[in-house]
Design a protein around this ligand. Structure first.
Ligand code: PLP
Length: 407
């Protein structure tokens, strides 16, 4: 009988960004003379770099010639890009990866959402709280999250990340099978030091867990002793899959390119007494359901690994980080606690005592015509915080800071 997948009935409507848009629209209507500035933007604002644009033009021209035309490419991505990633993103940090352990795609969102398909429905999933919602909703769709209660999803294990634990999650009381870790973190902008990450890798090895490590913001890391990749930790090759993206690091949010690393050493029980290579399974899944990221986009991504491309990407990220530093200073000047922002484009601001995150949102909008993202939208432990982003233009950031100062 035709019927919807019952797990989809369980999905909660995500009102967060719709509610924000509705409140901002009402404010604009009531105050047409006031210019609203968003400190909640989750998209980049700076254009693609010259190295990327040159590579795009070149690849487009190639596609118009019989010799240079590219049709279907390898589902796993072209060797030129996989090799550039292995050399530039990993070998430079002492991590050896073979190119066939790297799978190119059109986004970390789809990869991180799709990856759980390889794992049994019965697997117990742990997520950080607050959390990037894709980890939760993709597991709700898969029927792994149980039911929504006033303490969150009954079937998920939550790893609270709060100021009390410096946003470094403790090991859970209940042993999970799959652990989603996201560092630098969205939404808190905080990072995990080498020792803490090593402890999580040791935990996963001891307990037989799989870590799904989202390092989409890796290129924002500026501090020493903060690993850029989980594979900088010995033993991680056997227990971790890593997701990365060109979106925020090179402005590819509209162009779309990302990659997932599945080391050949990650093996998981096949439920029949044997074990399977996750690399082979992901390859099988991608070959069945995905036909590859466009050639011209992969050439553009390759250009970000050239000397010029790396320099330009770094300049862009430095500009966002400079915005973040200025915003953090202004927020501290208001007497508020602020976390993150130093190795990430996100700032996590504790709202003044007694206020809710939505209460602070309303206050900031009404008094300063500034938009933030209420932390409550990212999970129970997001209440009491708002997320600010550093992706605005320098001019908007300057004006936003002036408004914060007189707030
Ligand atoms: N992972 C995290 C933590 C993100 O914040 C985002 C985008 O906001 C993504 C993944 C998605 O990246 P992509 O644009 O490659 O799909």
């Amino acid at each position: 009988m035709l019927s919807v997948n019952p797990s989809f009935n369980l999905l909660q409507s995500n009102y967060l960004f719709a509610d924000i848009a509705r409140k901002v629209a009402a404010f604009r209507e009531a105050h047409p003379d006031r210019r609203v500035i968003s400190l909640g933007i989750g998209d980049v604002s700076r254009p693609l770099s010259p190295a990327v644009i040159t590579a795009l033009h070149k690849a487009v021209d190639e596609m118009g010639t019989a010799a240079g035309f590219h049709g279907y490419g390898p589902e796993q991505g072209y060797a030129f890009l996989r090799e550039a990633i292995a050399a530039q993103d990993y070998a430079t940090r002492g991590v050896h990866l073979d190119a066939d352990e790297i799978f190119i795609s059109d986004g970390a969102k789809c990869d991180v959402g799709n990856f759980q398909e390889l794992l049994a429905r019965e697997c117990v999933v742990a997520v950080m709280d607050p959390v990037y919602p894709v980890y939760v909703d993709s597991n709700v769709m898969a029927g792994r999250a149980g039911e929504m209660t006033d303490r969150g999803w009954s079937g998920l294990v939550y790893l609270p990340c709060t100021r009390d634990n410096d946003f470094v999650p403790d090991f859970p009381a209940v042993r999970p099978d799959i652990i989603y870790l996201c560092y630098p973190n969205n939404p808190t902008g905080t990072v995990l030091g080498r020792e803490a990450l090593a402890e999580w890798v040791a935990y996963a090895r001891r307990e037989g867990c799989l870590i799904l490590y989202d390092s989409a913001y890796e290129a924002f890391i500026r501090e020493e002793n903060v690993p850029h990749s989980i594979y900088e930790i010995d033993g991680a090759r056997e227990v971790a899959v890593e997701f990365r993206s060109y979106s925020k690091t090179a402005g590819f949010t509209g162009l779309r390119c990302a990659y997932t690393v599945v080391p050949r050493d990650v093996r998981i029980p096949d439920g029949r007494g044997g074990s399977l290579s996750l690399n082979a399974l992901w390859n099988r899944r991608q070959c069945t359901k995905y036909n590859g990221c466009p050639y011209i986009v992969q050439r553009a991504a390759e250009a970000t690994h050239s000397e010029q491309g790396r320099r330009e990407a770094r300049e862009t990220i430095d500009a966002y980080l400079a915005n973040g530093a200025r915003i953090a200073e202004a927020v501290r000047g208001m007497g508020l606690e602020v976390y993150g922002g130093m190795n990430a484009p996100y700032l996590w601001v504790r709202v003044p005592g007694g206020m809710t995150s939505w209460g602070f949102f309303d206050h900031l909008l009404q008094k300063a015509a500034l938009v933030c993202t209420p932390g409550a939208g990212f999970g129970l432990n997001g209440e009491g915080y708002v997320r600010l982003t550093a992706f605005g233009s320098p001019d908007d950031t300057t004006e936003a800071i002036e408004r914060l100062r007189s707030f």
